[in-house]
Design a protein around this ligand. Structure first.
Ligand SMILES: [Zn+2]
Length: 448
């Protein structure tokens, strides 16, 4: 059976991930993501109303025109998890394919939100839920399996396409977490089985975001302990404490809520995306928040919540807000500019349970937000966080477990591939032979 892989997006940047695998006459698409930084750099761009081709020209969504060169029918579109760089282009591209969207239940819920917010295209692909540990027959003699992985969002999976020529393992995004906070540990046993059974692994597409980092990515439970320690150290502070983190990081939000209670404060989630992600996770039973947890997204209800906090006393609350990257329109930035009823005073604490995404726009915005907070006397607690991506030892362990014939590094800029190349070559792979450094829009023929 002919096997071909089209590396469509996310091979020259972190963002707008999209890959297609053709096995015989059948094609499966993995991820359809957005490169948010290409959108944010323009002021006031409303992507909801924009046409796909304009977004492709901006570099915001994958250029899927290479799909016309693949001789096969698309059988499924498979987003791996709910981050925007993996699902954010579904509302712009999926309607061009007569295929269902197959994903884990939480990811499907977030995909639904994307489709509902779309104003230009009607996307009516069937939405099919499949959880980690499950599989389905697909196309002609193929099987699609989801392996449960751990990442900075719940319900992440790595899809595996089983073909007569071996398995194609699509490895974006994950860290090897054996002590996660809200869900099961990563299913390493299944990866080891896949590496040994049948024809073995024909190709492994890898998330190389952190390939330059030595050692092992710590578990989410480490971030949780760090967070607990930081908040306990503020136990006797009688002023304002504000925290911010990734809205989609339900495990982290849940730890913040829990430790706020422990130090005698009422947690409250503020900001549109806070309400969106945490609301979905709670509705679907992934997290059990306290009954009295307030979640407010709309500007007016947020401002009402802030007024209530100022009236009843800042020492009784712990607002968890959007704005960990200093995004100009996010809640924390508005607070820093004095645009909300919440008044920061000298000595108030601001907890960043996040790291700055190393991208010039983020770095600049975050610098500005921190300066503004500092001018009001806020004390900054930074980087109470662990990454959602593998470091070098995780990459090594995955190569050991899967023993793939071909390796295709992804989720990286061109200059960022060198550390992964060094690691893979020390394991016997060779660039140009079985280690494929590629670009967006290329096709790699693995079996002719
Ligand atoms: Zn991700």
């Amino acid at each position: 059976m002919e096997i071909e892989i089209a590396t469509i997006g996310g091979y020259e940047e972190v963002g707008r991930q999209m890959t297609a695998v053709r096995a015989g006459d059948d094609v499966v698409i993995f991820d359809m993501g957005l490169n948010l930084s290409k959108v944010l750099i323009h002021d006031n761009v409303e992507t909801e109303r924009m046409h796909s081709l304009d977004l492709i020209d901006m570099g915001a969504i994958p250029d899927d025109r290479v799909m016309s060169e693949l001789e096969g029918d698309v059988k499924a579109i498979v987003p791996t998890h709910g981050h925007l760089d993996h699902i954010g282009a579904i509302s712009k591209l999926a309607h061009r394919y007569d295929a269902p969207i197959v994903a884990s239940p939480f990811t499907i819920e977030l995909v639904k939100g994307q489709i509902e917010g779309e104003e230009k295209f009607g996307v009516d692909n069937e939405l099919v839920k499949m959880s980690g540990g499950e599989s389905m027959e697909i196309g002609n003699g193929l099987e699609l399996e989801f392996v449960h992985v751990t990442h900075s969002i719940i319900d992440a999976i790595n899809p595996v396409l089983h073909t007569p020529e071996g398995a194609i393992v699509y490895g974006l995004d994950k860290r090897l977490d054996h002590n996660p906070v809200l869900e099961d540990p990563i299913d390493m046993q299944r990866f080891r089985e896949i590496g040994r059974e049948g024809e073995g692994v024909l190709a492994y597409i890898e998330d190389t975001t952190n390939a330059q980092k030595k050692g092992r990515t710590p578990s989410e439970s480490v971030a949780r302990t760090h967070l607990k320690d930081a908040l306990q150290s503020m136990e006797d502070y009688d002023g304002g404490i504000v925290a911010t983190t990734f809205s989609s990081h339900i495990s982290r939000v849940s730890s913040l809520v829990e430790f706020a209670k422990e130090i005698g404060r009422q947690p409250i989630l503020l900001g549109r995306s806070m309400e969106h992600y945490s609301g979905a996770a709670e509705r679907m039973g992934y997290v059990d928040f306290p009954d009295d947890l307030g979640m407010f997204g709309h500007r007016k209800s947020v401002d009402r919540a802030f007024k209530r906090i100022m009236n009843e006393g800042k020492d009784r609350f712990l607002p968890v807000v959007t704005g960990h990257q200093g995004e100009p329109r996010a809640m924390l930035t508005r607070m820093a500019r004095g645009e909300t009823p919440y008044e920061l005073e000298s000595g108030d604490k601001v907890v960043f349970s996040a790291r700055v995404i190393p991208e010039p726009t983020n770095v600049g915005q975050r610098y500005q937000a921190e300066k503004l907070l500092g001018m009001q006397g806020a004390r900054i607690y930074d980087e109470i966080h662990v990454s959602g991506h593998l470091n070098q030892e995780g990459h090594y362990q995955m190569l050991q477990a899967l023993n793939p014939k071909h390796v295709i590094p992804a989720h990286q800029e061109m200059e960022g591939y060198a550390p992964y190349v060094n690691l893979a070559e020390s394991e016997g792979y060779k660039v140009g032979r079985d280690l494929h450094i590629t670009r967006n829009g290329n096709r790699i023929q693995l079996v002719e």
